[in-house]
Design a protein around this ligand. Structure first.
Ligand code: NAD
Ligand code: ZN
Length: 363
């Protein structure tokens, strides 16, 4: 399957399917990745042993000069110190303004390598090769960033890739916990945009979790499509794009307070989405929004309860970095029904705190 992200002169394709990486060199050539300058693959220590050699060989056979850099796996690699190391390696490898950075991995590598591409020599070409389910989200849309110990994704840029190569065969080596966490963003795409897709996810949960090929590919395609459409309407997040943050206000705070290691991103936003549904009910929406959101997430084996030992004050404080609190009210993406959300600017901060407390007691 092929999909286009429409951003005028920065439009780009997403290729999704089994075995796409077999054609990597010709796809690079087709999309203007230059052979005269070296390119650099950035990946992590889990992905490198399985895919790095094969991809390097294919690219070299196609006439490319290839360098690579392997980071430690996990969220903690999204750090300025790692960025500095990669840039050092890029200089050593002779990358110039016509070079490309290739992100081979999940959202961590994508965000990190993307920020390298955005900042090296004020911006060079960038290719995304997502290898997690979660990365159907992170590889599309051009948001790239590293974390600060005080706040997630706070040092970043917008930098769109030249192309996205999503080879579904790579997903077979994913650990089960990562499969579930990645599906959290897929469910989010249903919950914000498409009731029918949400019902389809609900109906096919077992097959998707088992990575049944047709179902998985369709889910990834639909998730990418929602993301691509929303981003094409509002690339720099002036209004519409904010709906993609469903569950992320609470989720990002949980990740920061848990020290970026206890909860995976998808797990944190699963809890966050339950929180948003609870807030929506308090704001007068049907209780069904809450029961359904929670039921679907739980069906995919995602957490819906907030770990009790995470301190509520610290969670609230971490949330402050994320947004403005004015006269005791704040902005939240809230579901209005399954498949639709609104940006609500009138959410009482006190209710947010109460919901955080309630989330610790979720059954
Ligand atoms: P990740 O990149 O850490 O990958 C998850 C784990 O799976 C890692 O241990 C990785 O080494 C391993 N792995 C990756 N591919 C594998 C494969 N094919 N086989 C075996 N193991 C594999 O995490 P993620 O969940 O992909 O991404 C999370 C990150 O994405 C977060 O930092 C989040 O903030 C970011 N994100 C960004 C955006 C965006 O728009 N830029 C959107 C959503 C999430
Ligand atoms: Zn996310």
């Amino acid at each position: 399957r092929e999909l286009q992200v429409n951003l005028r002169d920065r439009s780009y394709p997403i290729y999704i399917g089994e075995g796409i990486l077999d054609e990597i060199a010709s796809l690079f050539e087709k999309h203007d990745i230059r052979k005269a300058s070296p390119l650099m693959i950035v990946t992590d220590e889990h992905v490198a042993p399985v895919y790095l050699d094969r991809i390097t060989q294919s690219l070299m056979a196609g006439g490319y000069q290839v360098a690579s850099y392997v980071v430690a796996a996990g969220e903690r690699s999204k750090a300025l110190s790692v960025l500095e190391d990669i840039i050092g390696a890029a200089l050593d490898a002779g990358l110039d303004r016509s070079s490309a950075i290739v992100a081979l991995g999940g959202g961590v590598v994508g965000d990190l390598a993307g920020f390298v591409a955005a900042s090296y020599m004020r911006g060079i070409r960038f290719v995304q090769i997502p290898t997690t389910i979660l990365a159907h989200d992170s590889s599309v849309g051009g948001k790239v960033a590293v974390n600060h110990p005080k706040a997630k994704n706070i040092i970043g840029a917008f930098h769109q890739p030249e192309l996205v190569l999503y080879d579904t065969a790579t997903l077979r080596t994913l650990p089960e916990r990562e499969i579930r966490a990645g599906l959290s963003e897929m469910i989010k795409h249903g919950l914000i945009w498409d009731a029918e897709f949400t019902a389809w996810l609900d109906q096919h949960a077992e097959e998707i979790l088992a990575l049944e090929h047709d179902k998985l590919e369709y889910g990834l395609y639909m998730g990418c499509q929602v993301k691509a459409y929303v981003v094409s309407q509002d690339e720099k997040e002036n209004d519409l794009r904010a709906i993609l943050n469903l569950g992320h206000t609470i989720g990002h705070a949980l990740e920061a307070v848990a020290g970026y290691n206890e909860l995976l991103h998808g797990e944190a936003i699963s809890i966050g989405m339950v929180g948003s549904a609870k807030l929506a009910v308090r704001m007068g929406r049907s209780v069904r929004i809450y029961t359904e959101t929670k039921r679907i997430l739980a069906k995919f084996g995602l957490p819906v309860r907030l770990p009790e030992h995470l301190d509520t004050d610290r969670i609230m404080k971490a949330m402050m970095h994320d947004k403005k609190f004015k006269e005791g009210r704040t902005v939240f993406v809230l579901p209005t029904e399954i498949g639709r959300v609104e940006i609500n600017k009138q959410v009482p901060v006190e209710w947010v705190r109460e919901v955080v407390e309630e989330l610790k007691r979720e059954a």
